[in-house]
Write a protein that binds this ligand. Structure first.
Ligand code: SF4
Length: 362
């Protein structure tokens, strides 16, 4: 497996991205009112505007090795070349972990794509996260997508057998915590714990500009309770951990992260430094590059910089944006950024170590 330890240098030098989120498409076959991406004011790109394979191949040459590559969308598996796209990154950037969130609406084609990817990329952990925001009809209602609960379960059932066949495959569930399901988190957590697996479970706090802002009327105390319930299961060894090296550390980071997220939400300001733009980058399907998913100003488009991300990041506008971020002008609760903001901040190591020592590890 590609070792995460290759990135220890980023502790001292935060000079190049090691975590990339790539929105491969805006197309989606669900209709979730809490999707910050599809509800954003950016117009849908015309057909043919998505970066093609050749363009993706060129931009992978300008990225070094990656710790974490997260595909996103839209529905990731609607991008027919997702296997080919993965292979470009796998060969050039050797990610330790590759993440594929999905709504599970296309079980057979998702299973076929995932099996191809895990077989072709044995040195990366391939983490597929199915969305499950409620149990039964509650999930369909929340996502405004009839039949989506049954499809997600069918997909989970089709993917689970791959766990025994591929040690680099990991199956997880992600639940968006929002006003509409915050009273039902115990039920959801218990339901996920009973799925065929092992299946990991994470929760994400609803965020961003939404078509229906009522989803953001959160009771952060309820988020904290759900986070504690998940932490208790991890500490007791009742929940599976990740399948990559350093899984205990990642479990400790997950626990600490949820605490920091609720503290940040309450304080409404940034509580720890953010490495967006330096360790993390976001790339859209049309080649726009952002420091994170929250800030609206693009650092530039790879098409205007010869598909060279390093050149794009050296441009004055990008440098100025990264300086403003480092100065602490913004805040958010986005989980992806908290991963690096915790793991690459030595000041948080005492808290991380304390969580690590509380885990009941084999
Ligand atoms: S704190 Fe949040 S909004 Fe600000 S740069 Fe970091 S990830 Fe983006």
């Amino acid at each position: 497996m590609h070792s995460p330890l290759r990135h220890l240098g980023a502790l001292a030098w935060k000079r190049r991205p090691i975590q990339l989120t790539f929105f491969v498409t805006r197309r989606c076959n669900a209709n979730c009112p809490f999707c910050f991406y599809l509800q954003s004011s950016a117009p849908a790109p015309p057909p043919g505007a998505e970066l093609d394979l050749d363009e993706i191949d060129r931009l992978t040459r300008s990225l070094g090795s990656l710790l974490w590559l997260a595909f996103s969308g839209g529905e990731v598996f609607l991008r027919r070349e997702i296997g080919e796209i993965t292979r470009r990154f796998y060969e050039r950037n050797r990610p330790a972990v590759m993440l594929y969130p999905t709504n599970g609406m296309l079980p057979e084609s998702i299973r076929d794509s995932v099996e191809r990817i895990v077989a072709e990329c044995p040195r990366s952990v391939v983490l597929v996260k199915l969305s499950l925001d409620g149990v039964g009809a509650a999930h369909d209602a929340l996502r405004a997508t009839p039949g989506s609960f049954e499809k997600a379960l069918e997909c989970c059932g089709m993917l689970a057998p791959l766990l025994a066949r591929y040690p680099n495959f990991e199956l997880g569930i992600n639940t968006v915590f929002c006003a509409q399901n915050q009273d039902r988190m115990d039920e959801i957590i218990d339901f996920v714990a009973g799925l065929p697996g092992p299946v990991t479970h994470t929760i994400s706090l609803a965020r961003g500009q939404l078509r229906d802002p009522s989803y953001l009327e959160l009771d952060i105390g309820k988020y904290r309770s759900a986070a504690e319930r998940l932490a208790g299961r991890l500490r007791a060894g009742a929940s599976p951990m990740h399948r990559f090296r350093g899984a205990g550390l990642k479990a400790a980071q997950d626990i600490l992260q949820r605490r920091l997220i609720s503290d940040t939400w309450r304080a409404r300001r940034r509580l720890v430094p953010c490495y967006a733009g330096r360790l993390n980058l976001v790339l859209t399907e049309t080649g726009e590059v952002f420091p994170c998913e929250t800030l609206p100003s693009s650092l530039g488009n790879v098409r205007d910089h010869g598909y060279d991300l390093r050149r794009l990041l050296r441009a004055p506008a990008a440098r100025e944006a990264c300086r403003a971020i480092a100065a602490g002008a913004c805040h958010c609760t986005h989980e992806c950024n908290f991963i690096t903001n915790i793991l690459f901040n030595p000041r948080l190591y005492p808290a991380l170590a304390s969580e690590y020592l509380r885990l009941d590890r084999p």
